[in-house]
Design a protein around this ligand. Structure first.
Ligand code: PMP
Length: 344
């Protein structure tokens, strides 16, 4: 084990080397052993710290970025936060083009982290000059020496996880894992981690978590883009309405779909049973494990690693708000009764 430093020079030195924690309560009736890679231990509270640091340092190595240059991305979520954090420490300007659907909380958080935020209209086609894709592209062209992270179509997204998340899991399990379960959004996490792990042991089963309303599972099965699969859903960060080149579909054995409602309840259950306060997609990944258990995927020899991507604090006004749950029609008063506060 790497000896922990007593003092770090800056927050970026704490990226990666996240803990692997055994799940015991929520998996009590399941076959096999279950271990969770808790990515909220990254200083930016998500796995996206890894790709932000890796892609920016690659650009530095190639001489593309020099102090004072600009880093651009289209995201209001975890990737934006991580890029802003890395930019502060390394002395870059950070510009984020976000959709007007983003909550004020998110925009305030990014501004707090020093990012310049362009809020672009949500309901315009992707090729409209006002869309956040087009705004990001234009800003990239206008800022010489800028780097456009473009996480859905950037091979370095896969490589970041191939070089860090994969080896960490292999070492933490001493090579004993039989299954890797991970959410797929850009696909960088699952593809890079799986690539490393399958190079060590090609028999490891790799299962991606997708959302109802996303094209990924169908594309994996048919290699055809079926736009009828696409409809709105609530889970943020998982599933997609396009095919990202940062997903290596050949390395993933299977996709499984989970619902918004089940994923929200399972995230709440993870908090109550394991003391793990995590994001919506962590609930989705755990929900996927429940469904796989029902399908007979595991036996007593299974050693299952699941990646939990981010922290629960970013979802207070969503899955951890009873009002929000109620408004979605998710709230089941019998199921939640025991956790209600008692007013005196
Ligand atoms: N969960 C959350 C909360 C995310 O923000 C993301 C990234 N979009 C993912 C899961 C999926 O990770 P990846 O993009 O590497 O597939």
């Amino acid at each position: 084990m790497v000896e922990k430093k007593k003092v770090y020079d800056n927050i970026l030195q704490l990226i990666g080397d996240t803990p692997l924690v055994r799940l015991s309560s929520i998996t009590k009736k399941f076959s096999g052993d279950f271990f969770a890679k808790i990515e909220s231990f990254n200083p930016g509270h998500s796995s996206k710290d890894r790709i932000a640091l890796f892609i920016i340092e690659e650009a530095e190595r190639k001489g593309i970025l020099k102090p004072g240059d600009t880093i651009i991305e289209t995201t209001s979520g975890n990737t934006g936060f991580s890029i802003a954090m890395v930019s502060i420490i390394k002395g870059y300007k950070c510009i984020l083009a976000v959709s007007s659907k983003s909550s004020n909380d998110k925009i305030d958080m990014l501004k707090t982290m020093g990012a310049k935020v362009y809020v672009c209209p949500a309901h315009v086609p992707a090729d409209d000059s006002r869309s956040y894709y087009e705004v990001a592209k234009r800003l990239h062209q206008e800022n010489e020496g800028s780097v456009y992270i473009n996480q859905y179509f950037n091979e370095l997204n896969i490589e970041a996880h191939y070089k860090t998340t994969g080896p960490e899991i292999w070492n933490q399990t001493e090579g004993q894992l039989t299954h890797l379960i991970a959410c797929s959004g850009t696909g960088g996490t699952i593809s890079g981690t799986a690539k490393f792990l399958k190079e060590q042991n090609p028999n490891i089963r790799v299962i991606g978590i997708d959302a109802f309303g996303s094209v990924l599972k169908k594309f994996h099965e048919t290699r055809a883009f079926d736009k009828d699969e696409i409809y709105p859903y609530r889970i943020e960060g998982l599933g997609k309405n396009l095919i990202p080149s940062a997903t290596d579909f050949d390395i993933i054995d299977e996709f499984i779909k989970v619902t918004d409602e089940d994923s929200a309840h399972t995230a709440r259950e993870l908090a109550r049973t394991e003391g793990l306060f995590l994001g919506y997609t962590s609930g989705a990944a755990m929900q996927g494990i429940k469904q796989l258990q029902e399908q007979g995927e595991f036996d007593e020899n299974s050693k299952v690693v699941v990646i939990f991507p981010d922290h629960g604090s970013r979802y207070m006004s969503k899955i951890y708000s009873d009002d929000w749950m109620e408004a979605q029609g998710f709230f089941d008063s019998k199921r939640e009764a025991e956790s209600q506060p008692i007013e005196i």
